[in-house]
Design a protein. Structure first.
Length: 337
């Protein structure tokens, strides 16, 4: 916005100096973190019926001192195409419209096709990037030669609170029988107790940076999952290909969890259940999957079924069953609203 008592010429001079200052900051950051000046970074995000939230993410990218990035926004068949509005607000971004909802993996893979970066930073549209995150993630690749993919620490989005609550500071592997794991640091106040970059079982899909050479070797995100668990499967594929999977807690983002699908929505119940089983099918040994299946039918299904029946949530019970049946009795059991 033009300053109140500023002539047009003075205003243009101010913009010129702001541009120079931003350029100097970017070059300084590259020097501090020893980042090759030829390195290109692509930020990819997928929008689905949440243009306002996506605009907030783009604003957080624009606030970064590190500006040597290309930003790609993929619209995943939203009811209303608002990409032109995003393009007006941020003319430098690349926008891609899919007429079909390709899911989280498919939408990001579509973004990969248009990207030119040596490193690709996948960020949920319901996230905001904190200052310094991009160069800190890049510096992690410099320090760890075999690093393939890394996530920053993730805070819950609570702008009104001074103390920040952790959503993600790494994970442990999924249990061979229950198919469950736990997220390190979740619901803890960030007091600096996790301040060392280190290997983790899986990255977090809300924010993950990967080398292009990794994608060229492993391939893009597995699209069979559509939504949820794809980053766990991708982490395992990347590790099996000989790369390391890391958490860099000194880099941070805010995450407005479940903005896109809603807390415990029918969609969430279906895909978290279906893909939990599908992940185990793809990544565990036969005897482990057999024990896991026994747990699903003897423990998990009866427990959830009883809860849904007791609360009169018969539609959710049907959705749960369809998610399980998709894995064991054929893929004709799909999600339907």
């Amino acid at each position: 916005m033009q300053p109140r008592y500023c002539t047009l010429i003075q205003y243009r001079i101010l913009l010129h100096y702001e541009h120079i200052a931003s350029w100097i900051q970017s070059k300084t950051i590259r020097t501090i973190f020893q980042i090759d000046k030829s390195t290109k970074i692509s930020i990819i995000t997928v929008n689905y019926n949440q243009a306002e939230v996506t605009l907030e993410l783009l604003a957080s990218i624009k606030r970064q001192s590190f500006q040597d990035v290309e930003v790609i926004v993929v619209d995943n068949a939203s009811r209303e195409n608002r990409l032109p509005e995003l393009k007006v607000a941020y003319p430098d971004i690349i926008t891609i419209r899919s007429e079909e909802n390709l899911g989280f993996s498919g939408g990001n893979n579509l973004g990969i096709e248009s990207s030119t970066g040596d490193f690709l930073f996948f960020v949920n549209n319901d996230a905001e990037i904190l200052e310094g995150t991009i160069p800190k993630l890049l510096a992690c690749f410099e320090r760890v030669p075999k690093l393939g993919i890394v996530s920053p620490m993730i805070h819950y989005y609570q702008p009104e609170k001074e103390e920040k609550m952790i959503q993600y500071a790494g994970t442990v592997p999924l249990h061979a029988i229950t198919g469950r794991n736990f997220t390190i640091g979740k619901f803890e106040i960030d007091r600096g107790q996790y301040n060392e970059a280190k290997p983790t079982a899986h990255v977090h899909g809300a924010a993950m940076m990967v080398k292009r050479e990794v994608i060229e070797k492993v391939g893009g995100m597995p699209e069979e999952f559509f939504l949820y668990y794809e980053e766990l499967d991708w982490s395992d594929q990347i590790r099996r290909a000989g790369f390391e999977v890391y958490i860099e807690p000194n880099a941070k983002i805010y995450h407005k969890e479940s903005v896109s699908v809603g807390k415990q929505s029918d969609l969430q119940i279906y895909y978290t259940t279906r893909n939990r089983i599908y992940y185990m099918r793809r990544n565990k040994k036969a005897w482990e999957f057999a024990l896991f299946s026994l747990y699903i039918f003897a423990v998990m299904l009866p427990r959830h079924a009883f809860g849904f029946i007791r609360r009169g949530q018969f539609k959710k019970l049907s959705i749960l069953w369809r998610a399980i049946a998709w894995n064991y009795f054929g893929k004709r059991f799909t999600f339907s609203k």
